[in-house]
Design a protein around this ligand. Structure first.
Ligand code: SF4
Ligand code: SF4
Length: 320
């Protein structure tokens, strides 16, 4: 059962990306990380993506103790941003293309363009563009419209990204989610826009309408910052988890946002007792070269190497 996995402190959550709607990539990631021992998969709120994840699980031959979680963002949350290139300003210098972790930027006759289904909204391209040709826009979903179809897919948990400053907006969406779905919920939260006091106050308010231990608090450091595998990168995730843990709230804790192979080690040294770690950018990066191969499923040697790379990350991320 999902709650047993959370209680066991043996969770590893692969974050495929709230904005990642590349179904081929999601199927491969889920297949690979399921084989590597990952037990929770975080997906974009898209029926096709959920079905791709289910195919990945089936292909891996392991469906027991494998759980699917869907993530929802609110306008202002970077996880649901998408990049857009103004072709009148673009000089095709390719800086954005070379830095994009998702290979989402592709050549066009006149300028480059963004494959929006692959874009995860990390904003790296926008930062490197010398001509301000890239802007970010928010792809917020209408919860009333999207939730019934998502719930029909029998997923195990729905996550709301409660990162924005506006309390009323967050609580409205949270209430709606609680009214429409009676399963496990997760709150993804970080300190980029909230003070420590504001963050705790919001969590307490959100948990008031929940039964004890039916909620996960995903304590984020810096969202989508986990490209590097060092202690410094993961420091903020551990600090947010410590802040949440000190409040002794009736919820499970997962660390995320800037997580890598050092996260569990550092968290244990800091006496954090969490259910586990959720890893996105870093987990995807270390298997990218294998996933992108055309012979990924057929080349046994490549597949075994990829599984071992992923398994090493999963193994060093387990708390218990
Ligand atoms: S960095 Fe800017 S100018 Fe260069 S290819 Fe990308 S969008 Fe065009
Ligand atoms: S760099 Fe990030 S924001 Fe830009 S296109 Fe790639 S995934 Fe999207």
């Amino acid at each position: 059962m999902f709650s047993d996995i959370l209680k066991s402190n043996k969770c590893f959550k692969l974050v495929c990306g709230a904005g990642n709607e590349d179904i081929e990539e999601v199927e491969k990631l889920v297949y690979l990380y399921s084989k590597a021992g990952c037990n929770i998969f975080d997906l974009s709120a898209n029926k096709d993506v959920i079905q791709a994840a289910k195919r990945g699980l089936k292909r891996s031959g392991i469906t027991e103790d494998r759980y699917l979680c869907v993530s929802l963002g609110i306008a202002g949350d970077p996880h649901i941003n998408k990049a857009e290139i103004n072709e009148n300003k673009c000089t095709k210098c390719d800086r954005c293309k070379n830095i994009c972790p998702q290979s989402a930027i592709t050549e066009d006759a006149r300028s480059n363009y963004v494959k929006s289904k692959r874009c995860i909204g990390c904003g790296r391209c926008e930062k490197v563009c010398p001509h301000n040709a890239i802007t970010m826009y928010s792809k917020e979903l209408d919860l009333k419209e999207v939730l019934p179809n998502i719930i029909k897919e029998n997923i195990d948990c729905i996550e709301l990204h409660a990162l924005i400053e506006n309390d009323i907006e967050v609580m409205d969406k949270w209430q709606l989610l609680n009214d429409m779905y009676d399963g496990f919920l997760s709150i993804c939260i970080d300190r980029s826009k909230l003070s420590n006091e504001h963050l705790i106050k919001r969590l307490k308010q959100m948990l008031e309408i929940r039964k004890p231990y039916t909620t996960i608090i995903q304590a984020d450091g810096a969202p989508m910052s986990g490209g590097k595998d060092d202690y410094k990168t993961t420091l903020q995730a551990v600090a947010t988890a410590e802040l949440v843990q000190d409040e002794d709230l009736p919820a499970f804790i997962l660390l995320s946002g800037g997580t890598n192979s050092k996260t569990a080690e550092l968290a244990k040294l800091c006496n954090i007792k969490a259910s586990g770690v959720a890893i996105g950018s870093y987990a995807r990066k270390i298997v990218k070269e294998y996933i992108n191969r055309n012979d990924f499923y057929d080349n046994k040697e490549i597949l075994n190497t990829a599984i071992n790379v992923a398994k090493h990350l999963v193994d060093c991320s387990i708390f218990n």
